[in-house]
Design a protein. Structure first.
Length: 251
């Protein structure tokens, strides 16, 4: 069956509350946590009680406090980042992974990237080598999100879908070489426009996706200032809440 994973836990109260409720009721099966978010620790106990898979949402592009954000376009289009950037990426990954283990008192079930930065060709090498160091000698490793949407998947943003397919090239092989499993297929890409027929998209994704597909989502229980996709998040929450509950999980 399809596995539905909500991104951005910990970023805002509305997002965190929505994810806890959806996980508790079995409408979604996993969530990835922004450990730099102000609300990750506050809502962590409720999330742990919900019984869903919990992962690390590795962030480089969302600013938090004094931590500067990289421009998404720079990371996406740079095949050979300078050494200072690679060192900083490794440092941030270690810091966010450590924060996760401190908050949840265990390691993440899986790891993905905010705006998919973990799979960018210029960053995947340092991302995977750093994780290999963190998990050296460990028999239990997190799985890693692969973003490989089907070419003719349901979406209103075909350009984004094609770009992500291209950026994903070779990523599964790189993960396997480093000793990390990935999801088989991926869906959930659309424009985040509040005018998008998200409920129809969701119905098609759930009904037509191949087994062992990972679907990303971005729900929130409330519109919140400063979030450019807040209106879409609320619509996602309503649609996801209407799904039949399921506690089954795939990986």
């Amino acid at each position: 069956m399809i596995k539905i994973c909500a991104d951005d836990f910990g970023l805002t109260p509305g997002i965190s509350q929505a994810i806890v409720k959806l996980c508790t009721e079995g409408n979604i099966h996993a969530t990835s946590v922004m450990t730099e978010g102000a609300y990750a620790e506050e809502y962590a106990p409720a999330l742990l009680r919900a019984g869903a898979e919990i992962g690390l949402h590795f962030n480089l592009t969302e600013p938090f406090g004094d931590v500067p954000a990289y421009k998404l376009s720079h990371l996406m289009l740079s095949p050979f980042p300078p050494a200072v950037v690679r060192r900083d990426v490794a440092r941030r990954l270690r810091a966010q992974h450590d924060a996760f283990t401190n908050i949840f008192q265990r390691r993440p079930d899986f790891i993905d990237g905010h705006q998919h930065v973990h799979m960018f060709p210029g960053l995947r090498g340092v991302f995977l080598s750093t994780l290999s160091e963190i998990y050296a000698g460990s028999s239990v490793r997190p799985w890693i999100r692969r973003v490989n949407p089907a070419l003719f998947d349901t979406t209103d943003d075909r350009f984004k879908l094609l770009v992500l397919r291209i950026l994903n090239t070779g990523f599964r092989r790189a993960c396997e070489k480093a000793g990390f499993a990935t999801n088989d297929s991926f869906t959930g890409i659309y424009s985040f426009s509040p005018r998008s027929p998200y409920r129809d998209y969701l119905d098609k994704w759930v009904k037509t996706s191949a087994p062992r597909t990972l679907m990303m989502c971005h729900p929130s229980a409330a519109k919140e200032a400063g979030d450019p996709i807040s209106a879409a998040r609320v619509l996602e929450y309503a649609a996801l809440s209407a799904l039949p509950p399921s506690k089954e999980k795939t990986s």
